[in-house]
Design a protein. Sequence first.
Length: 162
Amino acid sequence: MVERAAPTGDNTFLARTQNPGSIMSQETADDLPESDEEWRERLDDEEYRILREAGTEPKFSGDLLEVKDDGSFECAGCGQVLFDSDTKFNSNSGWPSFYDVADEDSVETRHDDSHGMDRTEVICSRCGGHLGHVFADGPEPTGKRYCINSAALEFDSEESDS
């Protein structure tokens, strides 16, 4: 499991595993904003609030909640593919839910005890954007429920790739 993407000083981020010194993946970050001002220019107000300030959109308000088309769900901050449509399911939670990530290195997790709750936060490993939370009450085969804010995602339909 990836802990945190660490900047190297040359616009490259190294995703480190739980083994100190072991590098799982390397992504160039040349196109990522470097300042808060640049993030504000790149993202709309709701995307910024969720991705950069760890906000949460109201239940059942997200525009990707009911999407059932084939395709991939990407980070709205950097475009990294996070989830595939074949792992999306209706959890009745009010947010898009997935039982697995597209690639184990695409997200990071960390403990979140904000708002008096004990949760696991899900973060994009490339840009560090807050996506939502993961819970251990999902369906097989993983038993996980990645509960993700629609505003943190962009949907790329397989039909648009044809």
